[in-house]
Design a protein around this ligand. Sequence first.
Ligand code: HEM
Length: 405
Amino acid sequence: MTADPALAEGFDLRRLDAAFYADPFPVYRALREHQPVKRLADGSLFLTRWADLDRIYRDTRIFSSDKHKEFRPKYGASPLYEHHTTSLVFNDPPLHTRVRRLIAGALMPRAIAAMEPGLHALVGRLLDAVAERGEADLIEDFAAAIPIEVIGNLLGVPVEERGPLRGWSLAILGALEPVVTPEAATRGNAAVSDFLDYLRGLVARRRARPGDAATDVLTRLIEGEADGERLTEPELLHNCIFLLNAGHETTTNLIGNGLELLMRFPDQRARLLAEPGLIGTAIEEFLRYESSNQLGNRRAVAGTEVGGVAVAPGTLLTLCIGAANRDPARFENPDGLDVGRQPNRHLAFAGGPHMCAGMTLARLEGRIAIGAFLRRFPGYGPVGEAVRGGRARFRGFLSLPVRVA
Ligand code: HEM
C-alpha cells in the first residue's frame, strides 16, 4: 500500500504538529514515495531518498556546509552566530580541513581505547544506583550521564566543574531548530557566552600545566600538529564547545532510543540477550532506525539537478537522514528492527568529508552502556509516561521512566 500523498503535499518544515514529533516516519515515507525532492514554501528543498543524500554528502564541490549566509539573518551578530560559523561542521575548506585534522588526530583510537576502563566503571556505578532504587529515568539517570562524563574527561574538565555543561549544550542545540523563538535564542546566546568564559579559564590553566597530548584532547588542540598547524584562540574555544555539543545529545539519544527500541521489540531484545555478540550490529540498527540526528543541511554553490529537479545555485537543502535510513530502495524491510542487520550502510553519521569525527567513540559508548544495562536488567520495562524531546533535528526522549525489578 502506498502512503497518503496528502501527507507529502501538506508537509511544512516550519509548521510541524505533535503527531509529527511523536512519529515522523509516516510523513517521511509519504515524502519519499510522492515528493522525494520536495520544494518548500521558502524555495529550499527537503530530501528523503538514501541515494540522493549519499551523493550530496560526498559532493562537496557543489554542496557546501558553509552557513554564514543562512545564519546571519537567523542569529544576527550574536554569540550563536560567531559560534556556529566558527565550528568545523558548518564550514568548508580551508577552515574545515585544518580543524578536522586536529580534532580527528585528537580522537585517535589510542585516546579512545584509554577511556574504556573508565567508561565501564562509570556505567557500573550508574547501574548500581539504578538497582538500589528499582526504578530509573533512563535519560536523566543513565543515558545523559554517560556522554557528559566522557566529553568532560576528553577535554579534562574537572569533575566538580561539569554541572553546567549539559544545560549549555541543550540551550545551544535548541537554537538550531528550524524555527527559533526569541526565548530559545536568548538562552542559546547566554549559553555560548557563559561557556566561552568558562573555557577561557580552562585553556589558561591547561596552557600553564599541559596534559599528556597522547590522551588529552584539549592539550592536543592547544599544541596543534607537529608541523606547526595551530588553531586560533576563537577557533579553539568554539570547536571545544562544538565537541561537547556534537557528542552529548546525540549519544544520549543513541542510548535512550536503543533501550526504548528493545522495549518496543521484545523479540529483538530476546535475540540480543541470547546472542550478546550482536551488540555491534544492534547499535548500528538503533542508529539507523531512530537516528539521533534526523536532519542535516547543505547549500548548492553551483547549478545542478537532484532526482530530476533542477537545483539553482544558492538553494538550501535539508537532508532527512531519518527518512533515508528507512528507504526501501536501500534497506530490506526498513520499518522492521533487526539487531543482526548486515550490511547496514545507514547515514546516521552522515558521509563524505564531514562524516562524524566522533563515531568510534559514540559506538563504544553505545555498546558499553546498552550492553551492560541489558545484562544487568534483562526484564526492564516501562513505568509511567515517556516524554519525547519534541525536536525535529535531534530525535530522542526527555524522560523515559522504567522499572528494573
Ligand atoms: C550517536 C552519536 C552521534 C551521532 C548520531 C552523530 C552524528 C553526526 C553527524 C550526522 C555529523 C555530520 C553533520 C554534517 O556534516 O551535516 C557529525 C559530525 C561531527 N560529529 Fe558526530 N555524532 C555523534 C557523536 C559524536 C561524538 C561522541 C563526537 C565527539 C566527541 C562527535 C563529533 C563530531 C564532529 C567533530 C563532527 C564534525 C565533523 C566535520 O564537520 O568534519 N560526534 N556527527
